[in-house]
Design a protein around this ligand. Structure first.
Ligand code: SF4
Ligand code: MG
Length: 335
């Protein structure tokens, strides 16, 4: 099996005062061994919820996986209990968040925080774990690691803290690293260094990466494949080249600001007028229909299926379907 992770028909909902919010609505994603897959889309598209589902890190009990599979090496993590997840989190699969302070304990030395996972998951002795902590700090490019392990998070700069978070995430050689906007809070120079670091780890080790970002420059630099999410669904998947040079979904066009009708401004999402769908009351058809300049009648009434564009690219849009455009959906697709 070539895939380290396979998400099938994942549905995740949140219970809120406004009722059930269907944050993720039937997501299919595959992560190949050793690849970096980027998930892009604006906030509320379901990218963070999808990735947190893998680790069961969405807030309980408000969030629940309604249906679907999250297959990791043949095991379905969607069915794992909290207890079972402990053997996965930080060991087999690690996650890096946008703000390093939220994942660091301010009252504990950096060294202790790195050692925790090593002692817990790798059964390392204390001295051995301490040595490994120094090695890891070196690996992520923190100078004077011997001294640094004894210091506390507040003694580190933002960029250094994110390196520490990455060191912790990598401590147990995870098979999958999920990075949710890992460089958003950092300045451009540090951002480039962190990305370089992640790239090296991916090419040297056999770590597969899921990278969640809204920064297409980061995608081009880091990923081999891209999944575009909108309204709780994956609307297009392809290689980086396919998504950048031959995108097929109007939302992806908007995302890349290459929509032919929108010549006014060139700053990405701002060029798509309108707002994302309300997932407390999601549209029954294409989630992008309300903002799509190409929307047809069929779009608002029926959900488009993913159609193969190439061996590596699919998109869910009626424009690709030979049964459209039709003013009325043909009999075969009425549900
Ligand atoms: Fe636009 Fe219709 Fe395609 Fe949705 S299915 S992106 S509304 S053309
Ligand atoms: Mg997010």
């Amino acid at each position: 099996e070539n895939n380290i992770l396979e998400i099938n028909n994942l549905h995740v909902s949140f219970d809120t005062f406004n009722g059930e919010v269907k944050a993720v609505r039937g997501v299919d994603l595959k992560l190949k061994k050793g690849e970096a897959l980027a998930i892009v889309g604006e906030s509320g598209s379901g990218k963070s919820v999808t990735s947190k589902s893998i680790m069961q890190l969405n807030p309980k009990p408000a969030a629940r996986i309604k249906t679907g599979e999250i297959k990791f090496e043949g095991k379905d993590l969607a069915k794992y209990t909290d207890k079972q997840m402990e053997s996965i989190r930080g060991k087999e699969i690690s996650m890096i968040f946008q703000d390093p302070m939220t994942s660091l304990n301010p009252t504990m030395t950096i060294g202790k925080q790195i050692m925790e996972g090593l002692i817990k998951h790798q059964n390392m002795a204390k001295t051995q774990a301490k040595q490994r902590a120094v090695e890891l700090l070196n690996l992520v490019g923190i100078p004077n690691a011997e001294t640094r392990v004894k210091q506390y998070p507040h003694q580190f700069s933002g960029g250094m803290r994110q390196r520490v978070v990455i060191a912790i995430a990598l401590a147990c050689n995870p098979k999958v690293l999920i990075a949710d906007e890992p460089t958003t809070a950092l300045d451009v120079t540090i951002q480039a260094q962190i990305l370089e670091l992640m790239k090296n780890l991916q090419s040297e080790g056999d770590t597969s990466i899921i990278l969640i970002t809204h920064d297409l420059g980061v995608v081009a630099n880091m990923a081999q494949r891209v999944a575009v999410m909108y309204g709780g669904k994956v609307v297009e998947v392809g290689t980086v080249d396919e998504i950048f040079y031959q995108p097929k979904h109007p939302y992806t066009w908007g995302l890349l600001s290459s929509m032919p009708r929108l010549h006014e401004k060139q700053d990405g999402l701002a060029t798509i007028p309108g707002t994302p769908p309300d997932l407390a009351d999601p549209p029954k058809g294409c989630p992008f229909a309300a903002r799509c300049p190409y929307a047809m009648k069929v779009c608002t009434e029926h959900m488009p299926e993913h159609l193969e564009v190439s061996d590596t690219q699919t998109a869910a849009c009626w424009l690709l379907d030979e049964r459209a455009p039709e003013t009325e959906p043909p009999e075969t697709i009425k549900s």
